[in-house]
Design a binder for this molecule. Structure first.
Ligand SMILES: NC(=O)c1ccc[n+]([C@@H]2O[C@H](COP(=O)([O-])OP(=O)(O)OC[C@H]3O[C@@H](n4cnc5c(N)ncnc54)[C@H](OP(=O)(O)O)[C@@H]3O)[C@@H](O)[C@H]2O)c1
Length: 287
């Protein structure tokens, strides 16, 4: 590890953030977590993390959290916050930090996400214009996305969702965190656009089958038609362009496997965790 060891993690209380905080602590960094005031998710964070209240919608509110940092693990809450304030937030990061890791998306890797969609490709472009040492984590879907099936599994055990045959090389959040932490704390990762994936391609239906095995129950799958799924996603708050992108991508993945990589093992020196490992860690959420 080099001398840059004060790291700020944004979106620290989400699915990924607590893994990042823990991993940074294990590797000896001083860790700051940016949290919204009143966020009950702070209970998920380990002891010893320094909490800073701040809102990505209000760049000035980040000043204290960024003061004196060496690196930033940057996530943006796309579903709830437009990117309007991202350039100003990045300027503040650039004024303090030397390194930045961005959680980007496989959608950029395969050319599905465009810069004008104001999502991950847009943030990558902004960062490339800075003088920061940057690393992009172009990740596939998180294994934690399966928690979205938990209510239906706890109910009648039939998951109703579009494109059950779509394959995913979903990544364990702890593995994604570990790759990002290496990039922040060790040399040799600047300018890398890492495609971060899990070790196996599983259809969504196969993922549900594995959850059933862990529960000792037979679970079912029922495909929801594309248009009905789109309406439900938009009604639940998805920006329409993101819903279209996700559904079109799922349709493609019924015909070809999602891309895979060995980045987790290459960067961390340990094999990527399987979906079954993830399920064993989270099985109580599905009972
Ligand atoms: N999930 C995937 O499959 C996937 C795939 C590719 C890329 N990604 C990227 O990974 C990122 C992290 O995903 P995740 O699943 O960990 O996210 P998440 O669980 O949705 O967490 C979002 C976090 O952002 C915080 N937040 C919301 N609005 C904020 C604001 N205005 N200022 C500061 N913090 C705010 C939330 O706090 P509250 O809980 O208090 O609202 C929460 O801690 C995503 O944003 C996305 O860019 C995800």
């Amino acid at each position: 590890m080099t001398s840059q060891n004060v790291v700020l993690v944004t979106c620290a209380t989400g699915n990924l953030g607590p893994h990042v905080v823990r991993r940074l602590q294990e590797r000896g960094a001083t860790v700051r977590a940016l949290v919204l005031e009143g966020d009950p998710g702070v209970a998920k964070l380990p002891e010893g993390v320094e909490l800073f209240h701040g809102d990505l919608a209000d760049p000035a509110s980040l000043d204290a959290a960024l003061d004196g940092v060496d690196g930033v693990f940057w996530m943006w809450p796309f579903f709830t916050l437009p990117v309007d304030t991202a350039p100003a937030v990045l300027k503040k990061i650039e004024a303090q930090a030397r390194r930045i890791v961005l959680v980007s998306s496989v959608g950029v890797h395969i050319g599905l996400e465009r810069v004008d969609n104001n999502c991950h490709a847009y943030l990558e472009e902004l960062i490339e214009e800075t003088g920061l040492d940057w690393t992009f984590l172009r990740t596939t879907g998180f294994m934690a996305n399966a928690l979205g099936f938990a209510g239906q599994i706890r109910g009648d055990g039939v998951v109703r969702f579009p494109y059950g045959a779509a394959t995913r090389t979903s990544v364990h959040e702890a593995d994604l965190a570990a790759v990002g932490v290496e990039a922040l704390l060790t040399d040799g990762h600047a300018g890398k656009k890492y495609l971060v994936t899990g070790p196996e391609a599983l259809s969504q239906e196969e993922q549900v089958h594995i959850i059933g095995e862990a529960l000792g129950r037979t679970l079912g799958w029922q495909d929801v038609e594309h248009e009905a799924a789109r309406s439900a996603m938009v009604d639940s708050g998805w920006p329409p362009s993101y819903a279209d992108g996700a559904l079109d991508y799922f349709a493609v993945l019924t015909k070809e496997n999602e891309v895979g990589s060995t980045v987790v093992e290459d960067v961390t020196g340990r094999p990527a965790r399987t979906f079954r490992q993830w399920v064993d860690e989270h099985v109580e959420a599905f009972r």
